[in-house]
Design a protein around this ligand. Structure first.
Ligand code: FAD
Ligand code: UDP
Length: 372
């Protein structure tokens, strides 16, 4: 008898499995319908021997010391600060928008102190910031919005920014200085030997058994367990009872090129050209040395593997109905990006799983206390 069946071997499932096994002495069965652990953070070596991320570029960054120290038990790190350029009107310009972006795009020579006023002249005041359009237009005005955000977003989400919650584009700051890093978090590192190695170390505990190529429904009734942790899509768990929750998908096209480097930075965004949104050159992320290089193109799709929850009011309403069902379902705990329908980064998912563990063991000790 297993104490827990954990469905999904991504960050959510693997963290909770590791904590339950190593800190609470629980016997855990971890299953995933994919043929590998790691969920969307899975990486592997391609035919050329270059480390690639199978489900698109994953860059680790966090402000949470707890999350960073927790993961540091399972990997060494390589310091890495992510930089992205956007291809706009024939130039490769820093994104997030900063002083250099504006000066180079408009042929200006503004100083940092002047840029605030320059933005203010162009900004369109909005009474309330509800949508992703409001976020940008109210800060930097319509022209930068059109050139950097509107069309990228329409490609990525199949929706106009005016139809998406403010939180989506609010992920990207606007700067008046020359800082061209994509993130400003305290901890910015890549796992030295990749994510899959990190997951292998995390799950190498005798109390954890792993079953790959296995949808949990195939083993229900065959393998007994006490409680379930579910990290897949929440609407699927309830057989789409209230209808499908929208998830955005991507198609990845990988290409290996006979040159050591093809891009000046890891990621180039294409807001206005091409059907793809961005191109990532992996060697920038890993620091790997190789005479060839591999890049991936991301083509947004409506159908396919669920990668992104779509933050907008009607979806939040629908999720709420599933969440109520989830709260009423005994012995099943929902955690992770798909199971809680949140546009979470890896560190947020790790934090969420650690919090669930605290709750589970807190509850367990309260029950033991009551029984004693
Ligand atoms: P997942 O990794 O999706 O794991 C869920 C697992 O459950 C999957 O492996 C799935 O196969 C399995 N599963 C589902 N249903 C079943 C079932 N019925 N039976 C068995 N198994 C099942 N985050 C960052 O911090 N930095 C980044 O740079 C970054 N880039 C990203 C780029 C892309 C293109 C995408 C899509 C995401 C990115 N993320 C990034 C987010 C990151 O991928 C997630 O935060 C994280 O992987 C979520 O972990 P999870 O365990 O919740 O979900
Ligand atoms: N975005 C944009 N232009 C860019 C970069 C981002 O319009 O050059 C918008 C777009 O809607 C995107 C969102 O900001 O989906 C969040 O960007 P991020 O890079 O965080 O997306 P992710 O890495 O999660 O795909």
């Amino acid at each position: 008898m297993f104490d827990y069946l954990v469905v999904g071997a991504g960050f959510a499932g693997s963290v909770i499995a590791e904590r339950l096994a190593s800190q609470a002495g629980k016997r855990v069965l971890l299953c995933d319908r994919r043929p590998h652990i790691g969920g969307n953070a899975y990486d592997c070596y391609d035919d050329a021997g270059i480390l690639i991320h199978k489900y698109g570029p994953h860059i680790f960054h966090t402000n949470s010391r707890r999350v960073f120290e927790y993961l540091s038990q399972f990997t060494r790190w390589r310091p890495y600060e992510h930089r992205v350029l956007a291809s706009v009107e024939g130039q490769l310009l820093p994104i997030p928008i900063n002083l250099d972006t504006v000066n180079r795009l408009y042929g200006l020579d503004l100083r940092s102190e002047e840029l605030e006023a320059w933005f203010a002249q162009r900004a369109e005041p909005r009474a309330a910031i509800r949508t992703s359009e409001d976020v940008v237009v109210s800060k930097v005005g319509r022209d930068l919005y059109e050139k950097f955000f509107r069309h990228y977003t329409r490609k990525q989400w199949g929706l106009d920014p005016s139809e998406l919650d403010a939180s989506v584009i609010a992920r990207i700051p606007v700067r008046t200085n020359r800082d061209d890093r994509y993130f400003t978090d305290t901890y910015q590192y890549m796992p030295l030997h990749g994510y899959t190695r990190l997951f292998e170390n995390m799950l190498a505990h005798p109390n954890i058994k792993i079953l790959l190529n296995t949808d949990y429904r195939e083993i229900l009734g065959l393998i007994p367990f006490r409680e379930m942790i579910y990290t897949g899509p929440i609407d699927e768990f309830f057989d789409y009872r209230f209808g499908k929750l929208p998830y955005r998908s991507l198609e990845f096209h990988f290409e290996t090129i006979d040159m050591p480097w093809v891009q000046p930075v890891a990621v180039i965004n294409y807001p206005n050209e091409h059907a793809y949104t961005r191109v990532t050159e992996f060697k920038h992320l890993s620091g790997q040395e190789h005479r060839q290089t591999t890049v991936v193109y991301e083509y947004p799709r409506g159908d396919g593997d669920p990668y992104y929850p779509v933050p907008r009011p009607e979806n939040a309403e629908l999720y709420k109905r599933y969440k109520e069902l989830a709260d009423e379902t005994p012995h099943v705990h929902f955690v992770g990006r798909l199971a809680t329908y949140r546009y979470y980064n890896m560190d947020q998912v790790v934090g969420q799983a650690l919090a669930l563990f605290d709750k589970l063991v807190g509850r367990a000790s309260a029950e033991e206390g009551a029984a004693a």
